[in-house]
Unconditional design. Structure first.
Length: 266
């Protein structure tokens, strides 16, 4: 992580990078995203995809925070450093979010960007990824897989709006985590199992959506009640505290406003 110590944050505070909806990427933007994942997957050391996926889950130690007060901050830091690692390989690449409440998602489920097995005669780097031997336990398959459930079982926009209205951070976080759990289970296969979920490339689009909803919530509740002590908590293995995750623009990214006008324009 040394290459991206917190002091590097200001160096990255150049023009804001906007994460966009997977469904609204131009074909060029999608190609760049695919190149970012493909480049990381081709690297076996700690700059590579398997290393980053392994920070979330197996092999041990598993750092991810689920069912704790650090769920949102930890995953924001995780995506932030993952995206920097991807940009080390493909500088113009930016994570995209998967809005599982969108009409498109409720029609086809997994977005085509991730669901297509092959594109242009090559394996789609967003379709799946290998699970390395060190992370395989109990006969875990060598490749990630998905087993999506019924379209009607995806969370709805109304589910999301109800959660965004909650004024208390911990309530909000807990209920958003529940929605998030439901989508992991909905995608099924590897995504349904925490120790391996981050090996599926769609993990990052799902968590970008969760991170985006937290951003909306922050805008709607600018002075949230945060429990004492929470802000100073560290987010290992990342050199950040909860407080460091709150100002997204200081981190150098934001979410494109195209589908967020109702909550984001101000
Ligand atoms: Cu998750």
């Amino acid at each position: 992580m040394s290459a991206h110590a917190p002091t590097a944050v200001s160096a990255h505070a150049r023009a804001l990078r906007h994460r966009k909806s997977v469904e609204r990427l131009t074909s060029t933007q999608l190609q760049v995203l695919r190149r970012g994942f493909a480049a990381m997957k081709a690297i076996g050391d700690d700059r590579g995809f398997a290393h980053w996926a392994g920070i979330h889950g197996l092999p041990l130690p598993m750092y991810c925070q689920h069912g704790t007060r650090l769920f949102l901050p930890w995953h924001r830091a995780y995506l932030y450093f993952f995206e920097l690692a991807m940009q080390d390989q493909v500088p113009e690449s930016v994570l995209a979010w998967w809005d599982w409440t969108s009409p498109g998602s409720r029609t086809i489920g997994i977005p085509e960007a991730f669901g297509a097995r092959r594109v242009g005669g090559q394996e789609n780097s967003l379709f799946r990824a290998p699970v390395p031997p060190a992370a395989r336990l109990n006969g875990q398959p060598r490749q990630t897989s998905r087993a999506p459930q019924a379209l009607a079982d995806l969370p709805t926009a109304a589910d999301v709006q109800a959660v965004l209205a909650l004024p208390d951070f911990l309530d909000f976080q807990q209920q958003l985590e529940n929605i998030h759990n439901g989508v992991h289970v909905w995608v099924g296969g590897t995504m349904g199992e925490i120790p391996w979920a981050a090996y599926d490339p769609i993990f990052y689009a799902h968590h970008a959506m969760i991170d985006r909803l937290w951003r909306f919530w922050q805008i709607r509740h600018p002075n949230p009640h945060m429990p004492p002590g929470l802000l100073n908590q560290a987010l290992p293995p990342f050199p950040m505290t909860v407080a460091d995750t709150l100002d997204m623009k200081a981190l150098g990214y934001d979410y494109a406003a195209s589908t967020t006008h109702a909550v984001v324009e101000h």
